[in-house]
Write a protein that binds this ligand. Sequence first.
Ligand code: BES
Ligand code: MN
Ligand code: MN
Length: 459
Amino acid sequence: MDFIKPYIDQNKDRFLNELFDLLRIPSISADAAYKGDVVKTAEAVANMLKQAGAENVEICQTPGYPVVYGDVIKDPSKPTILVYGHYDVQPPDPLDLWVSGPFEPVIKKTEIHPEGAIFARGACDDKGQMFMHVKALEVMLKNNALPCNVKFMIEGEEEVGSANLEWFVKRNQEKLKNDIILISDTGMLANDTPSITTGLRGLSYVEVEVTGPNRDLHSGLYGGAVANPINILTKMIASLHDENNHITIDGFYDKVDELTRAERDQMAKAPFSLEKYKKALDIDDVWGEKGYTTMERNSIRPTLDVNGIWGGYTGEGAKTVIASKAYAKISMRLVPHQVPEEITELFVKHFTKIAPDYVKVKVTPHHGGLPYVTEIDNPAYIAASKAYEATFGKPAIPVRSGGSIPIVALFEQELGSKSILMGFGLDSDAIHSPNEHFGVFNYLKGIETIPYFYKYFSE
Ligand code: BES
Ligand code: MN
Ligand code: MN
């Protein structure tokens, strides 16, 4: 595998510039105003796959944004790796907090990335990480070293729930047939502490609407005599956690997979500094469910969070008003054995039950997804671990992540394949936040590590 490093060194600038070209297209799947750009990004990904040497490259239409497919089938008797990633990105707002434009990629040094990091929306989630796989394919093909078959499936709707990827997968079982799915859309612990993600949380997401009086009212004339839906909504939300920060929804924990003491002790061995964690977020203390560590709270325990709340007057100055309606968007992160539809139903029942007579509530479910866990004693995990050892000089630590990639559980259901989550981002890379970035070290290290996975998995 001696060819990898020199090839990357020689082509480093081009590898960066090609990624920059992708990052310049604002492929925001959530916002219909960017429809043309999302489609343009699919075309760019298809062209780049072709340039890297992929065959049968296709822009596959779905009822939503297209899925980009490409493959190199060398020998049907060899194993097949299916690479999954997404070319869509989160909206960049709030725009004024970006130091440089979200779609004007630049390299800047940071404390954690002394070799520089690429700043742009999607740099880490997931254009940068997805593109590592395209470049790793180029590295292997140009050096006659692709040891197995490979298929690419890059979607454009991950950030909005992958509904049409589900549609696509169900209709293309044969085309997508594989021995393992390889994904870089997660993170690792630190640049000197490689890790492999062995679990993802599921998701249940609802929007609530609380209605009080039939119109907005003068808060002097009616204040104190009519229930204010914003006051009521905030009180209802506050009651969703008890004094131990346990979620109060009836039945919420019924199916939660409780880890054994031994499993929790194993988890606690992963390096983690609470002091550094607090300092990085500028908080004096952490918060969470009593009886669990921070690492446990953000991975093996379910959560409930308000993601947005609005109503009444939020413009300049003061307007004295009691709003007719108040709204909130609420996410619940789920752990193994919890079922999104069931949790949503429990939420609806509970939220309706706790609503006082002075208001009406309406709950609208949004997209959800199942949690995922994988064992560490299978050949794919072992191959990934050896790959990290080859390029980082130490084996990767298994870590369960708090994030969600709902389609991973669906791949297991529909295609019967497990996924290996080889993420190269860091939690501090600010994905979904202003100033998202991805270390140049991480990008190049990813390109270097991926071919080793191909090699060890094929063996
Ligand atoms: N790549 C992320 C998920 C992720 C990031 C998992 C880091 C683990 C570590 C993905 O693009 C994402 O943002 N997923 C959403 C869910 C989706 C249904 C919108 C999430 O986790 O909020
Ligand atoms: Mn992602
Ligand atoms: Mn994301």
